[in-house]
Ligand binder design. Structure first.
Ligand code: NAP
Length: 242
């Protein structure tokens, strides 16, 4: 049985490393970032072409089961995979790493709400880690922003006062503390991505008294089968293959 691993995360790479070469897997990446970290084993890169394209691709490639290990905010891909697998009767699993739960964080439902909190609380120095697509709601803010992204955001959606920091995790506690101090940050705005690779900023913010505005995850499609660890996902694949 060939398994499709929808990837783009550290967990997806760890799962591929666990399964390859014993199992017939193919990993899929969206192709958003140049020079992506590649999982072990066969990889395809690029969108499928919506629901219809995914259905066709699964059929053409004789996929017998799908593990969705995309980022918790990759809601469109997750919805497409859930829909198509249900239609085709394909076994389907979502690997969703546990969410963060920092004490004292202001929880919001969207990046637009996060921008409202920054404006209402009159924060002046913002560390924005919501990714290149999460910058636009802050365009009209007069605060200063440190925008940490893997690939540069569209120049037309930037707030007027900002610095772009191009980098890719993981990030350590000492470096995160130094960054918050050096840039005199008073609020961290982040998605609730979960995972250890980018978690140090939360402890650094807590220890330095920096406020946190946390964007909650989009809900998973109703009724999907979900696990939270690579071990559980590997067990599920083994059970499918028998
Ligand atoms: P998205 O909004 O859910 O997906 C948009 C479209 O990108 C999908 O409809 C699909 O195109 C394509 N796509 C997404 N993931 C794909 C995959 N693994 N393989 C093939 N096509 C994929 O997702 P996104 O926010 O653009 O995220 C894209 C990728 O970046 C994901 O793999 C995700 O794990 C990773 N990522 C996302 C975030 C985030 O905050 N959103 C952060 C870090 C990494 P078609 O409709 O043409 O099939």
């Amino acid at each position: 049985m060939r398994i499709l691993l929808l990837g783009g995360t550290g967990e997806a790479r760890a799962l591929a490393a666990r399964l390859h070469p014993e199992y017939d897997i193919v990993s899929s990446l969206a192709g958003r970032v140049p020079d992506p970290a590649l999982p072990q084993g066969p990889v395809r890169i690029g969108g499928f072409g919506g629901v219809a394209g995914l259905r066709q691709w699964l059929d053409d490639n004789e996929i017998g089961a799908v593990v969705d290990a995309t980022h918790p905010f990759a809601a469109t891909m997750t919805a497409h995979a859930a829909q198509v697998c249900a239609e085709l009767g394909l076994p389907h699993l979502v690997l969703a790493r546990p969410a963060w739960d920092p004490a004292g964080a202001v929880r919001v439902a969207s990046d637009v709400e996060a921008a409202q909190v920054v404006a209402n609380q009159h924060y002046s120095r913002v560390f924005l880690t919501t990714g290149r697509s999460g910058v636009a709601p802050f365009t009209s803010s007069h605060a200063w922003f440190l925008i940490r992204v893997v690939t540069p955001p569209d120049a037309t959606v930037m707030p007027c006062n900002h610095e772009v920091l191009l980098s890719r995790g993981p990030y350590g506690y000492a470096d995160e503390c130094a960054l918050l101090r050096d840039k005199r940050i008073d609020v961290l705005v982040t998605k609730n991505s979960g995972g250890e690779l980018t978690e140090a900023k939360l402890k650094a913010a807590a220890d330095l008294g920096v406020a946190v505005v946390m964007i909650d995850r989009p809900p998973l499609p109703v009724g999907v089968n979900v696990v939270s660890t690579v071990d559980e996902a590997a067990d599920w694949v083994q059970a499918q293959v028998g």
